[in-house]
Design a protein around this ligand. Structure first.
Ligand SMILES: [Mg+2]
Length: 363
């Protein structure tokens, strides 16, 4: 029996913002995408649970959200580069736990852990380790659902939010999934829901037991088949391995500093941690970056793309040190609290090369 995890970072953009503005913790935070036509035109991208309590929702017009907001609500513009940076680091943590891993959006991923865990209970332990590592490293909470395929794990993740960990076992399909509203089958939008409601289908159970011919007449064969299968807990879509985008390591310095000698030592230390992971992933890198988090919790990144791809960790060290020097020169008042290095622009080592070597050995 496959064991699949679905991981969803809770109100992701808002959590990222609360980490860099700790005074916003526990308050309504609304992250917006401004369209720029007028000061308030645009929509809400994500909001914290405190904002949800006020009735604010993702997708809502900013003007409408402002009417619902109270005096301690913060409205912030979405800073996608910042969120992507954090997402990349979280995905890297997650990937290490999976047999195969598929990132589906900036804050969601599926993990196939069938080989790694031999039971649902084992998967639950693994999921709590993942949650702990993300919390410790990035101070973010997530909700994880465990099921036997994509659809059941995704439904499980949605049952308990935020900071949830929900397991649905195969024998629990009827108790835990069937009573839910059909809209909880994630591919069902408002339009399909309306069509299903017209047929008298309100719960997942109604859909699971509905006559296929009649369903096909309304939804067409493929869609009817897929939804009927999902409602019966059947989903054959595999977790397809996403190509790793980056490998990074970030850590807190023993003391806040801008002393180049200390930072150089720290770069060596971080690079040595990257080395085995690069080897394991069998990749070359072309871009090296440093991430510097100053005492005011601002994240600064500097990158350099090399003329040629390499897997030489000494190159990563040297480039990182050079970038760090440049950063300190540019920011004479910055004092670092955390720092990281990252290699990106990854290319899989040529299989051809391996084959060539094998041939030589054969002679
Ligand atoms: Mg999310």
């Amino acid at each position: 029996m496959p064991i699949i995890l679905h991981l969803d970072l809770d109100y992701f953009y808002a959590q990222c913002e609360m980490n860099r503005h700790p005074d916003m913790k526990g308050r309504p935070v609304v992250v917006c995408v401004y369209s720029g036509r007028t000061d308030d035109s645009g929509a809400v991208a994500t909001c914290s649970y405190e904002a949800r309590k006020l009735g604010i929702r993702s997708g809502m017009m900013i003007v409408q959200a402002k009417r619902l907001a109270n005096e301690i609500t913060s409205f912030l513009p979405a800073d996608m580069d910042f969120y992507r940076e954090i997402s990349g680091r979280v995905m890297e943590i997650i990937e290490n736990y999976a047999d195969s891993f598929e990132q589906v959006s900036i804050d969601e991923a599926y993990l196939d852990v069938s080989r790694k865990c031999h039971s649902f209970e084992g998967a639950k332990l693994l999921a709590s380790e993942i949650k702990k590592e993300i919390k410790e490293n990035e101070n973010l909470t997530c909700s994880i659902g465990i099921g036997w395929n994509k659809v059941t794990s995704k439904i499980a993740a949605g049952l308990q939010k935020p900071d949830g960990l929900t397991l649905i076992k195969t024998e629990e399909l009827k108790d835990k999934i069937w009573p839910l509203d059909v809209k909880e089958l994630f591919t069902i939008g408002p339009k399909t829901k309306e069509e299903l409601n017209k047929l008298g289908i309100r719960t997942i159970e109604n859909l699971a037991n509905f006559d296929m011919n009649e369903l096909t007449n309304v939804l067409g064969e493929n869609r009817a088949r897929q939804l009927h299968n999902f409602a019966n807990g059947v989903d054959e879509r595999p977790v397809s391995q996403s190509l790793r985008k980056q490998i990074s390591r970030i850590a807190t310095l023993k003391e806040n500093t801008r002393d180049m000698e200390k930072l150089e030592k720290f770069i060596d230390y971080l690079a040595e941690l990257l080395k085995p992971r690069l080897a394991k992933a069998k990749v070359h890198f072309k871009t090296v970056s440093i991430m510097a988090i100053s005492t005011d919790l601002e994240l600064h990144t500097k990158s350099e793309t090399l003329p040629e791809q390499t897997d030489n960790i000494e190159t990563a060290k040297n480039v990182s040190k050079k970038l760090m020097k440049e950063f300190l020169d540019e920011r004479p008042d910055a004092v670092l609290r955390r720092m990281g290095i990252r290699v990106a622009n990854l290319v899989r080592k040529e299989e051809k090369q391996e084959q060539g070597q094998r041939k030589l050995l054969e002679f």
